[in-house]
Design a protein around this ligand. Sequence first.
Ligand code: RB5
Length: 150
Amino acid sequence: MKVGFGCDHTAIDLKKEMMEYMTGKGYECVDYGAFDATVRVDYPDQGQKVAEAIKDGEIEKGVLICGTGIGISLAANKVPGIRAAVCSEPYSAMMTSKHNATQIIAFGARVVGNEMAKMILDAFFDNEFEGGRHAERVAKITAIEEKYNK
Ligand code: RB5
């Protein structure tokens, strides 16, 4: 599976380590920046890049990291059809994969350590959307989006 990674200046090292971890697990990892911890960037830019790459079919899923994971996921969620979830622990990461059909997992470099981040990635990527009643609920999320995107 091809996975895109994006972060702001707070998360350069964590993103690098997570990309190495996921590459070691056999994923094809694509880096959408940022690349330099000494240069401040705006988290919406990387959130948008990764979300649009999913929408355009360049990558299947994404990992977004900023200080908290919140701002970068808010930005990604503005791209129609994209669902990004901020998770600081593995249980939520597993459940969002199974129930919300989220394409993007986000977390905060100032919130979780490297080992917790790896567990979050495992929980997200080792589980799949269950469909069924959950698909009906996800369709309701899409319907809200469509109502306001007309
Ligand atoms: C950057 O200082 C910080 O605001 C950003 O990384 C993130 O936490 C925003 O949600």
